[in-house]
Design a protein around this ligand. Sequence first.
Ligand code: PMV
Length: 323
Amino acid sequence: MGSPRVCRASAPAKVILFGEHFVVEGVPAIAAAVSLYTTAVARQPGEGGGVRVCSEGYGCREVWPSKPSSMSQLYHALEKLACTAKLRPALVEVSSEIPVGAGLGSSAAFAAAVLAAYTCYLGLELSREQLSELVYEAERVVHGKPSGIDNTTIVHGGFILFEKGKGFHRLEAKLRGSKLVIAFSVVARSPGEAVRRVLERKKRLGRLGDDLYELAKRLVLEALAALRAGDPVRLGELMDVNHGLLNALGVSTPVIEELVYAARRAGALGAKLTGAGLGGSIIALAWEDDVDKVVKALSSKAASVYVTELGVPGVTWTVLSGC
Ligand code: PMV
């Protein structure tokens, strides 16, 4: 018998470029994988009979076959995997550069990296679709009833047009000469609370709410055209409009507004909150030449600022040793 495999997987963060919240009620949304990563290495454990996960942020836990009090999302995903595959003990070590609670898909990237490394270690050949379903299983535990946009974008990568309950398309997009700046506001956020508040407001607004959702749909179509044409200027302006719509839904905050305006004043082509809002992060699209100015303007106001590539590949995995 050969030596057991050691596998490494790397999962990107995601940003929602257009359509967060509206997506919950069936409006298409556009998301992209970005170049911040969670990395996991799976190997045979020195001792113990279960699947043990160690991360800098959460410490070490056995996540299967016993159900842990934290990281239980992994237990649920592995239980689903156990329906079709024989699981073996493993040690999975995780490190991440994606901030937690920032609206950047850290929980989906965590699950995607762990599950991709672990299934590679088991020698399973899962399709991306199967992997995405497992990550969704984990996300249900973390987020309640997520739309599925995070697991889809992080597993498949690139630019994604996502429609809840209908699936997704990979988009051909090229945004040459521009970069995405992400600023994390540090204000703790609760996606569940934000989604609940938005749905309540939509109900109260009645016809006006329906009109806002209709506008969001048209905005996504315009954004699609701008992405396909590779037009960062148009895209930036549409991001500003999307931020206005999210503001109308009540999920911006004074801190988010301060970051959005700081980015715009510093020369960004457009800026908006990304993800659930009520804190979390903003994204700003900028010409490469203006990126430093935008970063400088955001650095004094945000907890962390990242300059990222948009539309990077989805989760990758590789055998480091063994067979
Ligand atoms: O903040 P995030 O990255 O968890 O994104 C939430 C996006 C919502 O549209 C508000 C909810 C969802 O499930 O799509």
